[in-house]
Ligand binder design. Structure first.
Ligand SMILES: O=P(O)(O)OC[C@H]1O[C@H](O[C@H]2O[C@H](CO)[C@@H](O)[C@H](O)[C@H]2O)[C@H](O)[C@@H](O)[C@@H]1O
Length: 251
């Protein structure tokens, strides 16, 4: 990995029996799509993840910027644990309640202004989260810089309570204080994750917090495209792991 904490090569990883898998969703498990709802879960991915989950004693989590409900929609009953909204919401095990960090809600004035911007800029989309707001400009790339300036103005007036993250063709406005690294640390504290080597895989700036946390816990972080060229290559690697024995590592 080039820009984030160094990782061992893929052929020096431990067997799944000693690993915990902490996986990002968009751009990692699924290819980037024109809109958030149009992502396609590749044939076989759910089966692959279920098999891998068996091999690693359930220590498989998805850690996404999306709300947990969306991960449940795309990967029903697949990961053992799910962290959503970049770690703000965590469900530690199937059937357990979702724990949410107490953070300030997005001001209503921002939401109203954002909707007006979307109404006047074809292709701009607004995504509302319980604790955040995303200004998507994949459908209107020229609007990106102006939207970013508006987002900077909003959060600049909050004394650090919110921040703007440059995401993939989007500006993510989030309350400060929680990131994917916190989700990794929280999950790794208890069964079935505790005592295993955390392997975090992601593709975006927000994932670097997760990678750093995994490395600081003695594990590894991999980034697409540095360590796998694209999500398809990563899925193929996961499929080999799920099907094979320890020899699948590094294949
Ligand atoms: O942490 P992730 O699981 O990687 O989620 C990050 C954000 O992903 C989504 O937006 C991105 O993916 C969309 C689908 O491919 C794409 O259309 C958009 O341009 C990307 O920014 C999602 O909408 C966000 O809520 C997530 O935070």
């Amino acid at each position: 990995m080039s820009k984030t904490p160094s990782s061992p090569s893929l052929d020096r990883l431990p067997s799944p029996a000693r690993a915990a898998f902490l996986l990002d969703f968009d751009g990692t498990l699924v290819d980037i799509a024109p809109t958030p709802e149009s992502v396609v879960v590749a044939p076989g991915l759910r089966d692959t993840l279920r098999r891998l989950r068996e091999k690693c004693g359930n220590a498989l989590a998805v850690i996404s910027g999306r709300p947990i409900e969306q991960i449940d929609h795309f990967l029903p009953d697949v990961p053992y644990a799910v962290a959503g909204e970049h770690g703000i919401a965590i469900r530690h095990a199937p059937g357990q309640p979702i724990e949410r960090a107490a953070l300030p809600p997005v001001p209503g004035a921002w939401m109203e202004e954002a909707e007006k911007l979307a109404a006047t800029h074809p292709g701009v989309r607004i995504e509302h989260k319980k604790a955040g707001l995303v200004l998507h400009y994949r459908g209107a790339p020229d609007a990106g810089p102006a939207l970013g300036r508006i987002a900077d103005e909003w959060v600049g007036a909050t004394n650090g309570a919110f921040h703007v993250q440059a995401a993939k063709m989007a500006w993510e406005i989030r309350p400060a204080g929680i990131d994917k690294g916190h989700a990794v640390e929280a999950l790794m504290q208890s069964a079935p994750f505790a005592g295993r080597l955390p392997i975090f895989v992601g593709d975006d700036v927000t994932d670097e917090d997760g990678m750093r946390a995994a490395v600081s816990l003695g594990g590894v972080g991999f980034r697409i495209p540095d360590d796998f060229p694209d999500p398809a290559a990563f899925r193929a690697w996961l499929a080999r792991l799920a099907q094979g024995g320890d020899g699948a590592w590094g294949g």
